[in-house]
Design a protein around this ligand. Structure first.
Ligand code: ZN
Length: 472
């Protein structure tokens, strides 16, 4: 994620209420038959209530129909998952919307839906290790996320359609989901909208079909994806479908914006920028490329939605292309998307590297060197703010982004360029399509460089005084 220019980090953070209360896990009572309930919460203190335990989702098959005229969404979700222990019941996250039927493995299942939790009780328990399918039919007027750390998020009705977007929450506002990045899954997404409107989402575009005044757009994301990286953008867009490096490249800009405006010109360099990053980080990790620009003013940020980032209007106000934000969101395809977080406390693994990628691009593009950006940033850093585990209200603070980028550069200066880029490429290759933690990264950096780096990371990530500058 990156924030649009003109919004201060500090002000944004102040608006956030840190929600550190842990929701107690009620999932441990054991039923007589040996099955027990899945937990209703993964106990990630950054997102209390989000995510569920007891199963691991493999795939979501979503079919939603949305009519902007009455803001009504009708959905059917087929969730394929594997039970991680014997399950008597389990939960999915679903905010708002009304559930009409739920079936497990084709048989009707009891369900209860309160406070964003859909509790499903199958007719018979699910054995540990068994693969099962949950089908949920639901409908209603979707609700936006009012208390998002980022500001407005979730499914939002716009002038000409809708935008579903947001970090760390958004997915549960339009489909039942295990809403935590630690449970990645693949997706098939089918979106039916009135003829004439576009419906953009993640991954590879499929066949489009029309009937009775409605058009169905199909998308497939075959690489595991964290739920907050899903998106849906519906409206009057100029969609361009091309290819890059043998993979589809789909970009979309609102029809009201000029074809040669700063938005379209920024997106036009998506393939080139992805190639630049691939030269540093290793092969591009997904089967499609792209980007979507939106003009709704409530989207005061850009988000690295998988294979197809969404860019809010604030990045283009100067009337010039903004390549930095494209670099940032594309860098996340490696750092954050392909290698995803196991818990939100490690969010610097996403934002520190995406911010550092901006410095690398600036140097490549003839601007300031990464070293110069490092020096400037070092001079203005508030060392009392932690980079690792910054607190829920500080997830998008400069301690995560800028101090995170300082940490990355300090590592580079300490181990040298060869070891540094080998560390990055080893990380993106060994951890591809998975989840990882800060400890994992430190261990890998130590292994690749053959040096003890724990003191360095401690000083740069959590120390409260300016760390000694690495000398090379
Ligand atoms: Zn970011």
């Amino acid at each position: 994620m990156s924030r649009a220019v003109g919004r201060s980090w500090g002000a944004a953070a102040v608006a956030v209420v840190a929600a550190a209360t842990l929701v107690s896990c009620t999932g441990d009572e054991r039923d007589e038959d040996g099955f027990r309930a899945g937990s209703v919460d993964l106990a990630d203190p950054y997102v209390p209530g989000s995510g569920n335990g007891g199963y691991d989702v493999d795939h979501y098959r979503l079919a939603v129909r949305y009519d902007p005229a009455d803001d009504r969404l009708t959905g059917r979700a087929e969730v394929t998952a594997t039970a991680t222990h014997g399950l008597s019941r389990f939960n999915l996250d679903l905010a708002g919307l009304d559930v009409s039927t739920v079936a497990v493995n084709g048989s009707p299942a009891q369900h209860q839906h309160d406070d964003g939790e859909l509790t499903v009780t199958p007719g018979q328990g699910l054995a540990a290790g068994s693969r099962f399918t949950v089908e949920v039919a639901y409908a209603g007027v979707p609700e936006a996320v009012a208390d998002g750390v980022l500001g407005d998020g979730g499914f939002q009705h716009t002038e000409d359609g809708a935008i579903a977007l947001g970090q760390p929450h958004s997915a549960a506002t339009w489909f039942p989901v295990n809403d935590h990045p630690s449970d990645k899954a693949t997706y098939d997404i089918e979106v039916t909208v009135p003829d004439g409107l576009a419906a953009l989402s993640n991954g590879v575009p499929g066949e489009r079909s029309s009937a009775d005044g409605w058009t169905t757009w199909r998308w497939a994301e075959r690489s595991p994806m964290a739920s907050y990286l899903t998106t849906l953008v519906i409206g009057d867009y100029r969609v361009e479908t091309g290819s890059h490096d043998g993979k589809p490249l789909v970009t979309a800009v609102p029809s009201g914006l000029p074809a040669t405006g700063p938005e379209a010109r920024s997106l036009a360099r998506t393939g080139e920028i992805a190639d630049f990053l691939a030269g540093l980080f290793g092969p591009y990790p997904f089967e499609a490329y792209g980007g979507v620009v939106v003009t709704d003013e409530r989207i005061g940020y850009a988000l690295e939605t998988q294979s197809r980032p969404v860019y809010g209007p604030g990045f283009f106000r100067r009337g010039e292309p903004n390549y930095s934000v494209v670099v940032h969101e594309l860098a996340h395809q490696w750092f954050g998307n392909s290698v995803a977080l196991a818990s939100w406390r490690d969010i610097w693994l996403n934002e520190g590297f995406a911010s550092y990628a901006e410095w690398l691009w600036e140097e490549h593009d003839g601007g300031a060197t990464a070293q110069r950006n490092f020096e400037r940033q070092y001079a203005v850093t508030n060392w009392s703010r932690r980079t690792l585990d910054p607190g829920a209200g500080q997830m998008f603070s400069s301690a995560v982004y800028q101090r995170g980028a300082l940490t990355v550069h300090a590592l580079r200066r300490t181990v040298g360029d060869d070891a540094f880029f080998e560390i990055l490429r080893t990380w993106t290759s060994e951890r591809r399509d998975g989840n990882a933690t800060t400890d994992d990264f430190v261990a890998l950096a130590e292994r690749v460089s053959g040096r003890s780096l724990t003191p360095l990371f401690n000083a740069w990530l959590t120390g409260t005084t300016p760390p000694a500058l690495p000398s090379d």
